[in-house]
Design a protein around this ligand. Sequence first.
Ligand code: GLC
Length: 472
Amino acid sequence: MEILHVSAECYPVAKAGGLADVVGALPKYQQSLGHTAKVVMPMHRTKFLYNNEWEVVHKGSFRMGEMYLDFTIIKEKTNKLGFDLYCVDIYGLLDRERIYSYDDDTERFTAFQIAVTEWLSKWEHHPNVVHVHDHHTALIPFMMQYCFGYRHLSRIPTVLTIHNAQYQGWMGWDKATYLPAWDTWRWGLLDWSNTVNPLACGIKCADKVNTVSPGYMEELKREANGLESLFNFESGKCTGILNGIDYSVWDPATDTYILDNFTVKDLKHGKGLNKKKLCDDLGFDMQYPLIIFIGRLVHEKAADLLAEAISKAFEQTGHAFSCMILGSGEKEVENGLQRIQNDFIGYYHSQIEYNEKLSHQMYAGADFILMPSRVEPCGLNQMYAMRYGTVPVVRRTGGLKDTVIDFGEENGYGICFEKASVEDIVYSITRAVELYKDKTKLDEIRQRMMNINNSWETSAGKYIELYDSIYK
Ligand code: GLC
């Protein structure tokens, strides 16, 4: 089967979050199952672009509202990622360093989607499935069916994967003129509460819709940033497929980013060495448990609660742990986390940046990872952490609930709590501090986690089954 993935991000080409990790790994695993998977994404100006060789495979043009746009599709020449990678360039719109957060993101991603559909419409053969990811690509199933110029694509089945339903790509109705001539009788498919809502449109038009964990799909029927009734109405074509992780990238035995490689057999020693390096660099005392947070510093991840919760936990435990934060995001949250730095010298450090290498070192060296997320469609960090023997401390929500069992339960290995609140976080940190004292239990838990298989193998097959169910 041939699958075309369309996404705004793909690791290691350009990454803002977990979406990139999924789109960088899933196609690779689909290839190993004997299928042909391709990825097309915008040609962001990242290091990967400049450090690799490309060939031009297509050139075209289209009109978007008042703009006439030329686009170019380039292909990476050496199959470096293990699948065919295509990038779309549109002068003045996609030639930027960052992936998101420009004032004209609506124009940028609408143009990207039109370019992809236009290119697809010129193929001599067609892929068996077009698999789009999140709202930046969710207008494609609509265009393939209801734009007059693309009707010949309407028989290709489409899948929409929702990695995050908080963002929906809303735009005013005035921007509907951006789309290539479409059947206006179908305006209702674009609309949600009087705006054009690309995510809602994707849910209505794709043949199958899935979220990245079963738990999150159930939650969306109750709380989906305005789309609850739509998820209930369309529930017949909606499923949850748990993400996997890329075992070739996330393996403590071979990871080149970490100081000392280790396996489950020498995990005590190996983790010890990695922890020592981190603690020495930060001036932390090795004897205390090291608790980390890695991720975007935003409300959704409950990062706004961290500064207060960590300060309180230091007070309550008598500074019985060390803590390191890595991430960037909302200015206020960043400042709050920086501000407490002086109060806890020798115990606390916040590094405000995105740093892939350092994140690997933290998974390898830490004892616990904190994830108090308000919303967590799947969460990959808890799975990375577990592979490196680091105990997840998570709020019971979405994918976190689906992947972590509290150590108080049978065969458990994590620490789970109910609410995204300062109290629950503080309480869970005190449980972590207590667990750390019981070295036998901790060792048993680490071994159990490292033996869990969270690789993409199983889930990659589930996507194939999903495609099979709609393959016409
Ligand atoms: C988004 C979600 C995260 C998920 C990732 C990959 O970043 O917030 O929970 O793991 O997408 O699907």
